[in-house]
Design a binder for this molecule. Structure first.
Ligand SMILES: [Zn+2]
Length: 263
């Protein structure tokens, strides 16, 4: 049984502050230990429930934050950055886990809320529905027939995931009260919770449908500024500049539309 785990940083146990999630931050070295800690708790839970092929993708920033001496010996790790495909090696997975995720841009009182890049993007809609990274990644997984079975992060992203995906397993490792403030569980306790939920998520494979979005698909992206939108000139068909900051990307399926928007 194969489990693909995508890991982001803002929703990791104990992470509340911007300084923790940038390589040059004073708190970064500690945060990357928490990052691998949460990821490995999910690995351990998946293995205990019978997974025998676990791939862990470092999806934060440039994708190189896992301390090499802490990699779980029974998992494999996708590290580094590259634009597309977003999830190489996803094919054939029985489940996807989203670990350390954060709420979509604009969510009130949610640690690190943003969609892909605070500096470049504001809002993204898939067929008219506002989506963040949970929706984007669940849709990519769903295109390959892979259901998201577990999400970990703060209370806001857990609620976002359940609203979009149904009764998946969630591990709420913090309760956010502002963009950079939260009531956090001690990391050890949070990781115990992640392990238990990961185990249950694997046991429940088959109960949750993949997020499948029928084509043709429209992805509408509002950039943070006009010059960012200008980098994506209209072709009048698949790429259409709708206003100063908004570009519409069309595809025959969700993967094609998202590839245009993300690359
Ligand atoms: Zn992110």
């Amino acid at each position: 049984m194969k489990v693909f785990i995508s890991v982001d940083m803002e929703g990791i146990s104990g992470v509340v502050y911007p300084d923790q999630v940038v390589d040059t931050g004073w708190e970064y070295q500690e945060a990357r230990q928490l990052y691998i800690g949460d990821a490995n708790a999910a690995v351990e839970g998946a293995l205990e429930a019978g997974a025998d092929d676990v791939i862990v993708a470092d999806m934060h920033g440039r994708g190189f934050h896992f301390p090499l001496d802490k990699l779980h010996p029974r998992a494999r790790y996708l590290m580094g950055s590259g634009h597309w495909p977003r999830f190489p090696f996803l094919e054939g997975a029985d489940a996807m886990f989203l670990v350390g995720y954060h709420a979509l841009h604009g969510t009130p009182a949610a640690v690190g809320d943003h969609t892909m890049s605070s500096a470049h993007w504001q809002d993204l809609w898939i067929n008219g529905r506002l989506m963040g990274e949970v929706g984007i990644d669940a849709a990519i997984a769903g295109h390959s027939g892979v259901p998201v079975m577990l999400l970990t992060g703060d209370d806001k992203v857990c609620a976002e995931a359940r609203g979009l995906l149904g009764t998946i397993e969630t591990a709420e490792v913090k309760q956010s009260v502002a963009r950079h403030r939260a009531l956090v569980l001690p990391p050890g306790r949070a990781q115990d919770l992640i392990l238990e939920r990961a185990r249950r998520a694997v046991e429940r494979i088959g109960e949750i449908e993949p997020l499948q979005i029928a084509g043709p698909v429209e992805v509408r992206l509002r950039y943070a500024s006009t010059d960012l939108a200008e980098r994506h000139p209209s072709d009048g068909d698949r790429v259409v500049r709708e206003d100063g900051r908004t570009v519409l990307y069309r595809g025959d399926d969700v993967l094609e539309a998202l590839r245009r928007a993300l690359t």
